[in-house]
Design a protein around this ligand. Structure first.
Ligand SMILES: Cc1ncc(COP(=O)(O)O)c(C=O)c1O
Ligand SMILES: [Zn+2]
Length: 408
């Protein structure tokens, strides 16, 4: 649906709902203002269930009008049980939300769907972003679908697979010699010079809302029940804080009658400004990233403090996962659940294991872990941890039986 007003999440200043991402007074993040009483008169479990099998089934809780191809949009990804992984980790019940099933294989297709719809609404003719890898591909693909040019900025050091999964859509990619934060500064300056739709700059307040659909879907897929705990990776902190808003909004609309989940976040130790600020009970201060989890390598996270208040408000926590555990956790997830997640998933599984080891979650909990991106884009990170083998053989059955240790 369309919205008229954006409000600052920090100082509550209000602005007209135009292509504008941060508060001019305090530089805080802006977000759309909804009329919840009015929405409550229209939205019910039944009205949602009658919607398309994509994020647009929640259009009444998103700040954009659904596009003509809403029915084939991202979202409504599988939520699968993972009993072997649950037993190995020591939690009662574990579900994996497979956002690898989105069109470009990460949850970023959700946020881009909303931002691109706004770009079209605002008449902005180029789609752009600064990216740690997954957003790049999502923006490039959506721009290709819409027939818009895409201009992408990312650190030049990104995984080759992520670059290739972006240029394939015809996008113009600038590999910036520097960190994501250097890229981000460059693009903020550019945004003052050209009238483009920068999905995570001037369209950020709309873009971020797309992540709420992860919370909504999990509830619906559990039969309109909430899990006890949700585990997610954190980079800027936007998705983590929007998850909590999603649970709160469904509660406010009377769509759930079980308690909201505790939210647990993970960061890789080499870029853990949010986890360390959480542990030390202070505000986030910027760090210089040096991490294998490049998709999460944001040293100066825009919504880091909001992620911390989210973890506290929900009764959860945020953990730093050792760098050396990321690849082995990717293999652990693949071998025990049949799911090949990317480095961010290695971090999520690390956070899950940390929470279980500390007794923060356990045998009585129903847990959902968000697998936000595919391992096919970060194969190098898991290479040293794989136990499966490749043996070259001749097409000869006796040789094969010999190799298998089976006597003919
Ligand atoms: C696979 C994956 N998971 C999680 C995140 C974290 O998202 P956020 O920046 O909203 O914290 C990212 C961000 O790029 C990502 O690529
Ligand atoms: Zn403000």
């Amino acid at each position: 649906m369309s919205v008229d007003v954006l409000r600052c999440r920090v100082c509550e200043s209000e602005y007209p709902a135009i292509a504008h991402g941060i508060c001019a007074r305090c530089f805080g993040p802006l977000e759309p203002v909804y009329d919840w009483d009015e929405i409550a008169t229209r939205v019910s479990r039944e009205s949602i269930e009658a919607g398309p099998l994509s994020i647009w089934r929640y259009a009444d809780l998103l700040p954009a009008t659904p596009p003509p191809d809403a029915a084939s949009g991202p979202g409504w990804t599988p939520l699968i049980p993972a009993p072997r992984l649950a037993a190995a980790v020591g939690v009662g019940e574990l579900w994996l939300k497979l956002d690898t099933a989105n069109p470009t294989h990460s949850f970023k297709d959700r946020v881009v769907a909303v931002a691109a719809a706004k770009a079209v609404e605002f008449g902005l003719d180029t789609l752009s972003c600064t990216s740690t890898g997954n957003l790049a591909g999502a923006v490039a693909a959506r721009a290709a679908q819409l027939g818009m040019p895409a201009v992408i900025f990312c650190p030049a050091s990104l995984e080759l697979e992520k670059m290739q999964a972006t240029t394939v859509y015809g996008a113009r990619v600038f590999g910036v010699n520097g960190s994501y934060d250097d890229c981000s500064r460059l693009v903020s300056e550019l945004a003052g010079e050209v009238e483009w739709g920068f999905v995570n700059v001037n369209l950020r307040s709309y873009y971020a809302e797309g992540s709420k659909s992860l919370a909504f879907e999990v509830i619906e897929q559990l039969g309109w029940e909430t899990p006890d705990a949700v585990v997610a990776p954190i980079a800027s902190g936007a998705m983590f804080s929007k998850l909590w808003q999603g649970y709160n909004q469904f509660e406010r609309l009377g769509l759930i009658d079980t308690p909201k989940p505790r939210l647990y976040g993970g960061q890789a130790e080499g870029c853990s400004p949010v986890a360390s600020a959480f542990a030390e009970d202070r505000r986030v201060s910027p760090v210089r990233p040096n991490s294998i989890a490049r998709s999460l390598a944001i040293g100066n996270p825009a919504d880091g403090d909001l992620a911390i208040s989210t973890a506290r408000a929900s009764g959860g926590a945020i953990y730093a996962v050792p760098e050396a555990d990321v690849g082995p956790n990717m293999a652990f997830l693949a071998e025990l659940a049949g799911v090949f997640g990317e480095t961010a998933a290695g971090v999520t599984i690390g956070a899950l294991r940390a929470a279980a080891a500390r007794g923060d979650i356990g045998e009585n909990d129903r847990v959902v872990a968000l697998i936000t991106g595919t391992g096919l884009k970060t194969p190098g990170a898991v290479a040293g941890s794989v136990t499966g083998t490749i043996v070259e053989i001749e097409p000869d059955v006796d040789a094969l039986l010999d190799e298998l240790g089976v006597l003919a």
